[in-house]
Ligand binder design. Sequence first.
Ligand code: UGA
Length: 446
Amino acid sequence: ENTTPLKLSVIGCGYLGAVHAASMAELGHEVVGIEVDVAKAESLAAGRVPFFEPGFEELLRRSLDSGRLSFSSDMADARGAAAHFVCVGTPQRRGEYAADLTYVEAATASLIEVLGPGELVVGKSTVPVGTAARLAEQVAARVPGAALAWNPEFLREGYAVQDTLHPDRLVYGVPSLSGADTAVDAEKVLDTVYARIVADGTPKVVTDYATAEMVKTAANSFLATKISFINAMAELCEATGADVKQLADAIGHDDRIGRKFLNAGLGFGGGCLPKDIRAFMARAGELGADQALTFLREVDNINMRRRIRMVELARQVCDDSLLGKRIAVLGAAFKPDSDDIRDSPALNVAAQLQLQGANVRVTDPQALPNVRRHWSQLDCVDTPEEAAEGADAVLLLTEWKQYRELDPGSFGKVVKTRRVLDGRNALDREAWESAGWTYRALGRRN
Ligand code: UGA
């Protein structure tokens, strides 16, 4: 063990904060998670995870049992920590592209009330470039001797624990490189926090605030662009009879391109990629550099067009009318191994089908409680078999393992007509076709 234990606080215990807090305790630090939602704080303190994330409950319980992790709704309990991680959300503003910084600003303001000299505020939330410099000024003005660093987080839902404890890289935006006075040696504090990760040889980039903030949005923009690139190719494949999956395999063999994130289908959703590219465009506009990012508008357009195309395809296979047709929707989460339904392509398609008169039944292994809470107009059922009972068509919209592994033979017995639309290019086409299904997919020969 090469960890010098520090006292740390984590402000905001949503997805990012809860995982960060438990992971830092796992690394040997004494951590308090501050969460304004009392029920959420109590649930976490009792070892109950308010969302689905593989492996997280075990980590949370281990950290609680070690006595190094606690939760509180009182900011005063953050007092005296060497580093305070700000992990609150930055959602898209209603009716606008820009990010809503209300939570980041409120969290920082209330943290400043308890902050002491020599302590470091560490921003982890995804923010528009320029935010860190502004917050650093507030910290310096109110608490001389305290400082701020920006340390973006790259975790993926479904792999949150692994990504936090074994990240691809560490990025520190520090005051000295941003031209600010260095009251605290931010790099040294962060190196102490992440000692075990640093010792693993994890690449580290120490830079100024603006670069650190931009690394995050640039990375997510690149990933979104990669997905939309292959989905644009899918549109062309549909027009020419080419096969996007083989195309992706073939171009992916060039390791300058790489096969990852080239899965064509319904496209990206979730709480990050869509809002991050929009906030990035909005910020570029404010900076007078909007031209640099106009391509992201196209990335967004390509992505949204896939959802429309999926609905069209469903109408086509249902003899050109969705009215009164029974449609089974497999998957509601924005991606497998998550119960997150924020901007879920699957639910967007399900709702459009319903608007066009189809009788839609949605199923998902984890996300149904969230669907019932936020999309009460959709009919939810627990199993794929119930969803497919008497169906005119089955749509795979989120590629959960249990759906990829369905046996097309026995599954075919419950439907009215064996038609399957593979919205994620995830099914074994031959197996389904040889079981008598009509198979259609985005970007494939039909
Ligand atoms: C994304 C990034 O991958 C993380 O690195 C980042 O930290 C995170 O956002 C964030 O900003 O917090 P996440 O939203 O969990 O992570 O999900 P991804 O695995 O990136 O998937 C995003 C969407 O793209 C999903 O809807 C997925 O179905 C879709 N996707 C992904 C494709 O359509 N094709 C692909 O080839 C890959």
